[in-house]
Design a protein around this ligand. Structure first.
Ligand SMILES: [Zn+2]
Length: 122
């Protein structure tokens, strides 16, 4: 599922397969945020049409039935999504978030890169 919403991060489906992995500050930051996730046991749904804030609906206490495989074949998602904290706000992402930043950097939206850059590592 590919999704853009204000409370979502890195819901992308990369198209390219062979990209050089990037191990830089952004990769470290998303790894840090994911290692320190603040919510789990949830599934990111589609856009909440009743919300005027352009946010995706979060189904708490649920799991997906299928696992998502990245096109490159290198990684597979968990059967649930995660909430990570950036600047005191929770953004919902999936377990492939670190993989996308490291292996599919050219396909990560600029807005997501800017958000990741704001992650504070303690
Ligand atoms: Zn991949």
């Amino acid at each position: 599922m590919r999704l853009q919403a204000n409370n979502i991060l890195l819901f992308i489906e990369p198209e390219k397969k062979d990209e050089k992995p990037v191990d830089d500050e952004l990769t470290k930051k998303i790894q840090y945020a994911f290692d320190n996730f603040v919510e789990d046991n949830l599934v990111v749904g589609y856009l909440d049409k009743k919300s005027k804030k352009n946010e995706a609906f979060i189904h708490k206490g649920q799991h997906t039935w299928g696992l998502h495989h990245c096109k490159c074949g290198k990684d597979t998602s968990d059967n649930g999504d995660y909430g990570i904290s950036i600047d005191g706000k929770i953004y919902y992402t999936n377990s492939l978030c670190v993989h996308y930043v490291k292996y599919h950097r050219s396909e990560v939206p600029q807005r997501d890169l800017e958000l990741i850059d704001r992650i504070q590592m303690k």
